[in-house]
Design a protein around this ligand. Structure first.
Ligand code: ADP
Length: 273
């Protein structure tokens, strides 16, 4: 048998270069320094993943951490809308520069690059995945303590690329009570487990509505079982966020940095150590 040359194209040996799982993580550029990266995922769209990403970033910034958001939801980019960002991101031959929100959160999103933000992104999976990688290694992320990644929904090609290329320290799963009963959340959680990424916790969104007259918490989707489900996934329930019309107003008007609820205080205590 021939000796292993470590050149897999000309060698037939099954040495560890061929059989060991490849580390496909890519590094940021030399001008960037990102300390912790937290992915925010959901099984499907519309459960409040973008809203929760924004709220976590606002909490982190309020605690004086240097904070950034990488909007990896390329086909449904809504982060700029939450923060009322209208300007375009700039760049030079080598790098792209993020847009900074009113309170100082660095943001990169495909909507900050498009001429017309209402135009759909009609790109195939590999192109979208390439853009996410560029957001990671071609954007200048200035000395970031916490980066939140608004992950693409589902368990397809693009989330897979994000998991493989960006060195995530953990993920937070956002779910609504009715989504939890479907198998979609379990799929998202299992994908993270398969990629060896710690699940930092679950945030239940649209858990209840507070009666404006008596303050009673009305569970419109019935009693959630998030705590039990979190245990099944080997993690914890970090927070329950109500359906709140003030919250949706702030989010629709680009003023999410003004939110006043304390629903995420404990979650932030646990996540931002
Ligand atoms: P996703 O990122 O999962 O697709 P979004 O965060 O964009 O979902 O939320 C979908 C819509 O629901 C947005 O208009 C958002 O403002 C609204 N929304 C999400 N969570 C809440 C909430 N707790 N209270 C009120 N509106 C919410």
């Amino acid at each position: 048998m021939s000796e292993c040359t470590h050149d897999c194209s000309s060698c037939s040996q099954s040495c560890s270069s061929r059989t060991a799982p490849q580390d496909m993580h890519i590094e940021t550029n030399e001008l960037s320094n990102v300390k912790k990266v937290i992915g925010v995922v959901s099984g499907k769209g519309g459960v409040g993943k973008t809203l929760v990403t924004s709220l976590l970033a606002v909490e982190a910034r309020r605690r004086d951490f240097k904070t950034a958001i990488l909007d990896a939801d390329i086909t449904g980019p809504s982060i700029p809308k939450e923060f009322g960002l209208k300007q375009r991101a700039t760049g030079d031959e080598q790098f792209i520069y993020p847009v900074v929100t009113k309170t100082g959160i660095e943001v990169m999103s495909v909507n900050l690059l498009l001429e017309d933000e209402k135009q759909p992104v009609v790109w195939r999976g590999p192109v979208i995945a390439g853009v996410v990688k560029q957001f990671w290694n071609e954007v200048v992320w200035n000395d970031v303590d916490y980066m939140f990644v608004d992950m693409p929904p589902g368990t397809g090609d693009v989330p897979l690329t994000v998991y493989q290329s960006i060195r995530l320290d953990g993920i937070v799963i956002v779910t609504s009570p009715q989504e939890l009963v479907s198998m979609i959340v379990a799929k998202a959680a299992n994908m993270a487990k398969m990629m060896n990424i710690p699940i930092l916790g679950i945030i239940e969104n649209m858990s209840y509505v507070k009666c404006p007259k008596c303050g009673e918490e009305i569970k419109i989707f019935g009693e959630g079982h998030t705590e039990e489900t979190a245990k099944e996934f080997g993690t914890t329930l970090l927070a329950k966020i109500p359906f709140d019309s003030e919250l949706s107003k702030l989010s629709d008007n680009g003023c999410i940095e003004l939110f006043e609820g304390s629903w995420l205080t404990e979650a932030a205590d646990k996540l931002l150590k």
